[in-house]
Design a protein. Structure first.
Ligand SMILES: [Mn+2]
Ligand SMILES: [Mn+2]
Ligand SMILES: [Mn+2]
Ligand SMILES: [Mn+2]
Lengths: 224, 224
DNA sequence: TTTGTACTTTAGCCCCGTCTAAATTCTTCA
DNA sequence: TGAAGAATTTAGACGGGGCTAAAGTACAAA
């Protein structure tokens, strides 16, 4: 019923890889995300399989069981709620909170996280725009597309980031690319796929195609 | 520069025992407080001595070095600030917070705890009346005596508890014995040392000598 | 001064989570 | 279809932190 820090982090890693690349999840993908060796991953996979948190067939990758998936989403819930706390209450910026939340998410207390949720007034999204599962583990995906897939002159709002590295988030800050910003693609440069944007009512800015593929936007009504 | 959870808890235990019973601190005292075996304590003492966090001579107990004591007080600072957060912001009661703070105190972040301190408006005492060290590790002891040592008809205020067990704190709640309560000893029963108190302006209550020896009070002016 | 007893340490073991090196299995392509 | 070559697992080790049982030390009482 209660899992170790390492077990929790593995479950979360498997969940995130499955979410992005589908199932089954390979040993090497887990090793890369967790910065460990594949041999270490194999060891842990056996333990998680013994506890029926994953379905594991040697040489064929893993997927989470219902129990494992539930545990992973509860951990993600805790991670994201703590990030909200750090940003909204303690004044951290969105590029500073990940490492701390990576620790805080493992605090074991049945009531703590629900009280924190109430204290924060039940936020639905974390500082990076990621949805926060409720106490039962359920959440709805926000409607979103990649900025790189947004049509020309389609008004849209920045709602999330695919990349969470500090350096990337700081780059966004420097270019006034904050969540909630309204934008519109003015031009896509054919040579390298760079994108020229109108941001709010300011001067147009230019971002690389690389960056455009890391930003999630929601289209707004034409007339907005 | 950064210590494991177990190392931190051992340093804190040594600090607390030394504070209450003086130095050197015995292996068995540590084992009892930490709920482990003396053999395990001996193993850890060797490691802490290697890292120069304690002075250790086989068979003769330990004391903290300057570095060790500093580390212990910083841990206590974190523990007590988190307890304030849990009580003041999340609405926990003082008997529910110890276990959670026991985990939260180990979160590693240079800035987190200082921001938390500011967010809580730099409290000087935790929910149990214990002083909170500042960022440099310094704190002043509150003036206090045991209720069992308070003279008859001396007006006083309840400022701290020596015992932190949930059952004890709940007992205090049930008898309206909260920190800050004004009180006065009306009578000490000679047979078993029980104490009759006037609490605020309510009816007198009777507490055992056992309980009276767990409560810290500060005398107030006669005219108060 | 000796000795009994309580306290402490050592020896040897265990589990967790990680690693390297070697062996195994899968897959792809000639 | 039969190797390479890549991915994965196994074998064996290690450090951290804990335990039991046995041995060593200190100290108080005789
Ligand atoms: Mn984590
Ligand atoms: Mn996030
Ligand atoms: Mn602790
Ligand atoms: Mn406290």
């Amino acid at each position: 019923m209660t899992y170790t820090l390492a077990e929790e982090d593995y479950l979360k890693a498997i969940y995130k890889i499955a979410e992005r690349h589908g199932t089954p999840v390979s040993t090497s993908a887990i090793a890369e995300l967790m910065q460990t060796r594949p041999a270490s991953v194999t060891d842990m996979l056996k333990k998680l399989a013994d506890k029926e948190l994953i379905d594991y067939k040697r040489y064929h990758g893993v997927s989470l069981t219902r129990t494992g998936a539930r545990q992973a989403t509860l951990l993600i819930r805790k991670h994201r709620l703590w990030e909200c706390f750090l940003v909204d209450k303690l004044g951290f910026s969105w590029d500073e909170v990940h490492e701390i939340a990576e620790q805080l998410e493992h605090i074991q207390s049945d009531t703590l996280i629900d009280r924190l949720d109430d204290y924060l007034e039940n936020p639905k999204f974390d500082p990076h725009g990621d949805p926060i599962p409720d106490a039962s583990g359920a959440y709805r995906m926000r409607y979103q597309i990649l900025l790189s897939d947004l049509g020309l002159h389609q008004p849209a709002v920045l709602v999330g980031v695919r990349e969470h590295a500090s350096s990337f988030l700081q780059y966004l800050d420097q270019n006034r690319l904050a969540l909630g910003a309204t934008l519109e693609v003015i031009e896509v440069l054919p040579y390298d796929g760079s994108v020229r944007l109108r941001l709010g009512d300011g001067e147009p800015i230019l971002i690389s195609g690389q960056v455009a593929r890391q930003l999630y936007v929601r289209q707004t009504t034409e007339s907005a």
